[in-house]
Design a binder for this molecule. Structure first.
Ligand code: ARG
Length: 463
């Protein structure tokens, strides 16, 4: 097992007995934070390079330490490294192994540093690269949404409020609504970079260090933008964890809403979209079934994201400054959230490539529920110089009449229209044309074909 020269833990001189085996079982975090090994080694290398530059350690010691750290990185990458729970976490496991490889000089690596700043440094670097990965995955989703939208600019469907037919829209406009959501998600993740770009390394346990270190140097080496300002805040702060978990939660919520919508649209009652065989599963008893399990998976997973956000908020609530063991759980929470979330992003991207609109059914449904009633009211305002409220009443009377006659609005005869308003002429009929209705919504952000095309162009350029 990896133990230092005296075969004891780092604090073995002070604490003679070994930690209770019960606590050893649960108090360590190596099973979880070993994922941070690359970041930890990069952090340590930057740290010793800085110590050498500042003449705090010698050239020889610096090189020895870097040699040892590189060897350890290879061992871990090649699965040749034996992690030991006794050394709690990734930092102590690596340090112990460093002692074995290079001997007593390994003891210089922890000059002017504490695990408190070390762990946040590793963690911030890890979240920063995960943030980039998420960014790329969201970009892929936006691209595929744009592709689908481009093919469906003139695919007309009912737009809903309260799940009731409201006004006709283009399917592409719907997809572009998703693009807006994902674009906001991207911005949310980008905003998190501000705090992730502040370098914690060098604040040591909580008060800074008496060594003449250069935090700007490690800042540059590790790709941060600036050092953090206050040593106490630095080791206590997990706002960047909350920010990440919140951003994951909001994006998961978006995916969950879309998934739910697609499940409804795919239901036999609605039948507005088709899912390819790639994204459905069968039933063990009902041979006819093609279930949207993947979408249900996506809908459900937002629960895990919210739960993790609340775990972290609760851990931090009432926690005094600065470091406490309570904080160790932050990594398990983030890893779980990010693993589940990244899977969701990949699955949702698959979904986008495997759905197609059932155009015939979309039109059929859009032709029910007096969906062009608002267009008729607008027609009265425009052509009969009427206030909108007056026009609303007149239109409602026409809808009542159509309902009584069991007809659609466009099936009423001109004489029936004239019963409600004698001034109505034949040209009213064109307001019931669905395409016409969709295309008339030319106000900025509306569903007209031109608007959609412009939006698609705008996002295509952006990506
Ligand atoms: N594994 C620890 C964590 O993740 C590292 C920090 C330990 N610091 C300490 N003072 N015990 O929180």
């Amino acid at each position: 097992m990896t133990k230092n020269k005296n075969n004891q833990t780092i604090w073995g001189t002070r604490i003679k007995n070994s930690t209770s085996s019960q606590f050893q079982k649960v108090g360590g975090s190596i099973d979880i934070d070993k994922r941070l090994y690359k970041e930890d080694i990069a952090g340590s290398i930057a740290h010793v390079e800085m110590l050498f530059k500042q003449k705090i350690i010698s050239f020889k010691i610096k090189n020895k330490i870097i040699f040892g750290l590189n060897k350890i990185e290879k061992e871990i990458s090649n699965k040749k490294f034996e992690f030991n729970k006794k050394y709690e976490d990734i930092h102590m496991n690596i340090e112990n192994r460093l002692f074995q490889i290079i001997g007593e000089e390994a003891g210089y690596v922890h000059t002017a540093r504490s695990r408190n700043d070390q762990v946040i440094t590793d963690f911030k670097i890890w979240i920063r690269s995960t943030n980039k990965e998420i960014h790329n995955l969201i970009d892929k989703i936006i691209k595929n949404s744009l592709k689908l939208a481009e093919k469906n600019i003139d695919t007309i469907m009912p737009g809903f409020t309260h799940m009731k037919n409201a006004q006709p829209i283009s399917f592409a406009h719907y997809l572009m609504a998703y693009v807006e959501m994902f674009n906001r998600d991207k911005k949310r993740f980008s905003n998190n970079l501000d705090s992730l770009n502040e370098n914690p390394l060098g604040v040591a346990a909580l008060s800074g260090t008496s060594f003449n270190i250069d935090r700007n140097y490690t800042t540059k080496k590790l790709g941060f933008k600036m050092p953090t300002n206050n040593s106490i805040d630095t080791v206590s702060d997990r706002d960047f964890v909350i920010d990440f978990l919140y951003s994951v939660s909001v994006c998961s919520m978006h995916i969950s809403r879309i998934a739910e919508e697609l499940i409804i649209w795919n239901s036999d009652g609605f039948n507005l979209i088709n899912l390819s065989n790639k994204i459905v599963t069968g039933s063990s008893i009902m041979p006819q079934k093609k279930n949207p399990d993947l979408l249900e998976y996506l809908r459900g997973k937002s629960g895990i994201a919210y739960g993790n956000l609340f775990s972290m908020l609760t851990i931090l609530k009432g926690l005094p400054l600065s470091y406490f063991k309570d904080l160790q759980d932050d990594k398990e929470i983030i890893f779980k959230s990010s693993d589940v979330f990244i899977n969701c992003l990949k699955i949702f991207d698959e979904v986008l490539k495997n759905i197609s609109p059932n155009k015939k059914r979309m039109i059929e449904l859009a032709n029910s529920g007096y969906i062009t009633a608002t267009d008729l009211a607008d027609y009265f305002v425009r052509n009969h110089s009427m206030s909108f409220r007056k026009a609303y009443q007149k239109t409602a009377a026409i809808v009542n009449l159509a309902e009584k006659k069991k007809k659609n609005l466009n099936e009423l005869t001109i004489d029936e229209f004239k019963k409600i308003d004698p001034k109505i002429s034949n040209d009213v009929l064109k307001v019931f044309d669905l395409k016409n209705s969709v295309n008339s919504k030319k106000s900025y952000g509306g569903t007209s074909f031109d608007n959609i095309k412009k939006m698609i162009m705008k996002y295509k350029k952006q990506i």
